[in-house]
Design a protein around this ligand. Structure first.
Ligand SMILES: Cc1cc2nc3c(=O)[nH]c(=O)nc-3n(C[C@H](O)[C@H](O)[C@H](O)COP(=O)(O)OP(=O)(O)OC[C@H]3O[C@@H](n4cnc5c(N)ncnc54)[C@H](O)[C@@H]3O)c2cc1C
Length: 578
């Protein structure tokens, strides 16, 4: 079937829903296409908070927030976009509250705020309480509230439709997307005046991750396959505190509420590395320090983890402000945080890089202002770039609502100003049909799971918190072989209804594409910056690398790089000390 909408949004997490709401409010007819039911999007798993300089607990300012974000990004975040986000943050929180998000309250009845890594007052003086939260279920409440608002405003949803291709016509215009309906196995065309990708992150490329199973980066690979570049893919965030061996997240809010990291000597080791902010240093630094401690033999019981000590924090805070993570620790590890420390280790968490956009969500295909008409991206799959080389906690939820909204408004404006449907090419679904037929017609080969396990293993071992020429070359060699294997997997289910095995087979091909983007971009950047720590190039090198990486690929293992300049407005690059 062919469906038509003024605006088609791919993905129903916080970014997609916010874009949908604002496109609708701007008068456009909106369809949201999502491979998951909207309420299963990963935004619902966000725990700790959303950042805004409301100043409800102590003095704060958007400028301090902007400075922290720039410094957190290791100066490679675009400062015009960062200013836009931090200035708009307080208004955004009030808006979310008016929509119905049940934020936790302080004693005065105002929205409660807590400390988070890298957020400080007065340009780095001391930690500040900036993270607004609904207990430790912040993302859950935002996702449900935005979904309610979309339903109320008659946004049309296509749930469990997996988008597999972008439709580009002969004039290089985007005409829509092709999607596979998971319930029926039918392939559909969506014709649109504007398309926005909001498909989330790709943590699933790594063996240990905090991300949901659906975090397979489909959108980014679809862009690559259509000849569009990805930006800054080398910057992948490892969150310092995943449950040991499981990767399930323990929010940074736990340290914001007083939790302390300890090594096998019981030492609060972050005091040595970051004397001012200690355990509330940004994530890139804390994850690197944890591995440093482990390498120097101070992991707990000689193993690859450290302790997150919450025993002094008290039951009031644990049960009221951090109920989810208290339960996770009890359920998954049998550890009661009230009585004993929680075993934690870094877990792959967040993609700073992605589809290059300007701060209205318009996709950029080269330098600044080099726009692909009618095509947008927002949320974790996009690279605006507000996070640069390292995202601060609470800035992702903020990014979703600020830039999701801006993308929605920009699309509605384009439609209002007369943007028409781009011409549909002949047989827009052909490529997708061929891909699925090829997979389904194969009767011999490896199951997807083997290839996926090996991909996750090589990425975890070789493209992790520390990288070097040798590990990255190993990963790239492995990925060449994995591409071949991913293109030859076999699916036993040949049916049409809920053939999730078939979608797994498609996803593993996507995973190879963007994993290669990550490993190759990491190999290309011969310096250390933020979350990208090269053992063979341990210093930041602003002369050569104060710039964004653009990765282009033909989807067959051939790739090349471009560069894009960083926007600097008021904060000149300095050495980063905490
Ligand atoms: C455990 C955890 C805790 C976190 N805590 C915080 C926090 O406290 N504060 C904070 O700021 N950030 C936090 N983050 C980060 C933040 O939650 C995410 O970056 C953010 O929610 C991503 O939102 P999104 O809208 O971009 O995508 P998602 O919410 O991931 O949604 C992606 C959407 O895309 C759809 N989709 C994907 N591929 C396709 C396809 N091929 N076809 C159709 N649809 C598709 C999915 O169905 C889904 O609806 C956390 C992340 C995790 C994993």
């Amino acid at each position: 079937m062919t469906f038509s909408h003024d605006v088609v949004i791919v993905g129903a997490g916080g970014a997609g829903l916010m874009a949908a709401l604002y496109a609708k409010e701007g008068g456009a007819d909106v369809g949201v296409v999502s491979k998951l039911h909207p309420l299963r999007s990963h935004t619902g798993a966000a725990q700790g908070g959303i950042g805004a300089a409301l100043g409800n607990m102590e003095e704060d300012s958007w400028l301090w927030h902007a400075f922290d974000t720039v410094k957190g990004s290791d100066y490679v975040g675009d400062q015009d976009a960062i200013e836009t986000m931090c200035k708009d943050a307080p208004r955004t929180i009030v808006e979310l509250e008016h929509y119905g998000v049940p934020f936790s309250r302080n004693k005065e009845g105002k929205i409660s705020q807590r400390r988070f890594g890298g957020h400080t007052r007065n340009f780095g003086e001391a930690p500040v309480r900036r993270a607004c939260h609904a207990a430790d279920r912040t993302g859950h409440t935002i996702l449900h509230t935005l979904y309610d608002q979309c339903l109320k405003n008659d946004v049309r949803f296509y749930d469990e439709f997996q988008v597999l291709d972008l439709i580009m016509n002969d004039d290089d215009e985007c005409a829509g997307v092709v999607a596979y309906e998971i319930l029926t196995g039918e392939i559909h065309t969506f014709h649109a005046k504007t398309v926005c990708f909001a498909t989330g992150g790709f943590g699933r490329a790594f063996k240990t991750t905090s991300n949901a199973h659906a975090g397979t980066g489909d959108g980014m690979s679809i862009f690559l396959r259509n000849g569009l570049p990805l930006e800054d893919m080398e910057f992948v965030q490892f969150h310092p505190t995943g449950l040991y061996r499981l990767g399930i997240l323990i929010t940074e809010g736990a340290r914001g509420e007083g939790g302390i990291l300890r090594n096998s000597d019981g030492e609060r080791f972050m005091e040595r590395y970051a004397p001012t902010v200690k355990d509330l240093a940004p994530r890139d630094l804390v994850s690197q320090c944890i591995y440093q401690e482990i390498r120097q033999g101070r992991g707990i019981k000689g193993k690859e983890y450290v302790h997150l000590d919450m025993t002094h924090v008290g039951s009031e805070i644990l049960e009221k402000k951090l109920p989810e993570i208290t339960m996770f620790s009890r359920t998954y590890l049998g550890v009661d945080p009230l009585k004993e420390p929680i075993p934690v280790a870094p877990t792959a968490h967040y993609a700073m890089g992605g589809i290059p956009t300007d701060y209205d969500g318009r996709v950029e295909i080269g330098q600044r202002g080099d726009i692909m008409p009618g095509l947008y991206a927002a949320g974790e799959c996009a690279c605006v770039s507000v996070h640069g080389a390292n995202r601060l906690g609470t800035n992702s939820l903020l990014e979703l609502v600020v830039f999701g909204r801006r993308a929605g408004m920009a699309m509605a404006k384009e439609v209002k100003e007369g943007k028409d449907f781009a011409a549909m090419p002949d047989n827009p679904e052909q490529r997708t049909r061929d891909m699925l037929d090829t997979i389904l017609s194969r009767n011999d080969g490896e199951p997807v799971v083997n290839v996926r396990n090996d991909l996750q293993e090589t990425m975890m071992d070789n493209v992790s918190v520390f990288r070097n020429d040798e590990t990255l070359t190993t990963a790239l060699d492995d990925l060449q072989e994995l591409r071949e294997r991913a293109n030859n997997v076999v699916v036993r289910d040949k049916g049409k209804k809920f053939n999730t095995e078939l979608m797994d087979a498609v996803e593993i091909q996507f995973m190879v594409d963007y994993a290669e983007a990550v490993a190759a971009s990491a190999h290309h950047r011969t310096e250390s910056r933020g979350a990208h720590s090269r053992e063979d190039f341990p210093k930041r090198n602003d002369d050569d690398w104060l710039q964004h990486t653009l990765f282009h690929s033909d989807g067959k293992g051939n790739f090349e790089f471009g560069r894009k300049e960083v926007a600097i407005t008021r904060f000149q690059p300095k050495e980063r000390k905490y």
